[in-house]
Design a binder for this molecule. Structure first.
Ligand SMILES: [Zn+2]
Length: 262
């Protein structure tokens, strides 16, 4: 059994419990990128399951045992995994495209922070041009019915930003109303589908008139760069009202001394 990691101490135990209940053994952890909130459980899982393979594309990934290459295909029983290098958020960000033999379900994409519902990881370690390639040429060419499982529930703030970028887009408004209801009911907004993302995610719509107008840029990579900058500014404007949230989270994760991006 493979697992795409977004793990914590508690989750490590929960994960092994689920695997036990399902009668499968955990053999491999597929990690999207090295940020702490995507890798912190790796070392503990290896400790709990000696011999566990930890895979990813970046040597900074905690407890990594094997570097994967773009285009590489892995197989776990009937499940196929294609490794897609999607630099931008980090230089070594890998996304994983999964499908299963003789299964009618649509394929799944574990996109980490490269693509989230209505957004993306806007902190750039790479160039905007690189991120544009990842979003438009690598992820954007997958089948539209692909289910997108991203690493965060940032859907509401992403859609609020999308509304600012693209105020006349009815798909943004509809998805925002839907996400607010999901949030009220305390149920997840993940997954979406890739086809849906093209309707409301400004980071996938950089060639649309509304995004060009908002960014003042015609070239897609430059528009994307402005979007990332504006998204960061938008987040900063949201956060001063609740500065304690970030600090509490950092305390929980034992990270107060080392500010990190996610
Ligand atoms: Zn990240």
């Amino acid at each position: 059994m493979g697992w795409v990691a977004h793990s914590t101490t508690t989750l490590s135990f929960q994960l092994l419990e689920i695997a036990g209940r399902e009668g499968v053994s955990l053999t491999t952890v597929l990690t999207t990128h090295h940020h702490w909130d995507h890798t912190r459980g790796n070392a503990e899982l290896v400790h709990l399951r000696p011999g566990l393979a930890v895979m990813g594309a970046d040597e900074r990934i905690s407890a990594i045992t094997r570097r994967l290459a773009h285009g590489e295909e892995l197989r776990f029983g009937a499940i196929h995994v294609r490794c897609l290098l999607t630099p931008g958020h980090t230089t070594g960000h890998m996304s994983y495209f999964l499908w299963e033999d003789e299964c009618l379900d649509p394929p799944a994409l574990f996109s980490g922070d490269a693509l989230t519902v209505a957004g993306c990881g806007w902190h750039l370690e790479d160039t905007a041009q690189q991120m544009y390639q990842s979003l438009a040429k690598i992820l954007g060419t997958l089948p539209p019915q692909t289910k997108v499982f991203c690493g965060h529930e940032h859907t509401l703030s992403n859609l609020e930003f999308a509304q600012k970028v693209d105020p006349c887009n009815n798909h943004v408004q509809a998805k925002l109303s839907w996400a607010q209801k999901r949030d009220d009911d305390d149920v997840p907004t993940v997954p979406s589908t890739l086809g849906e993302e093209f309707l409301y995610n400004p980071f996938l719509r950089v060639t649309e008139d509304a995004v060009r107008e908002f960014t003042g840029q015609v070239a897609p990579a430059q528009a994307l760069e402005v979007l990332c900058r504006e998204r960061a500014r938008f987040q900063l404007a949201l956060e001063p009202s609740q500065p304690q949230v970030g600090a509490l989270l950092a305390l929980q994760w034992g990270l107060l001394s080392t500010p990190q991006k996610k």
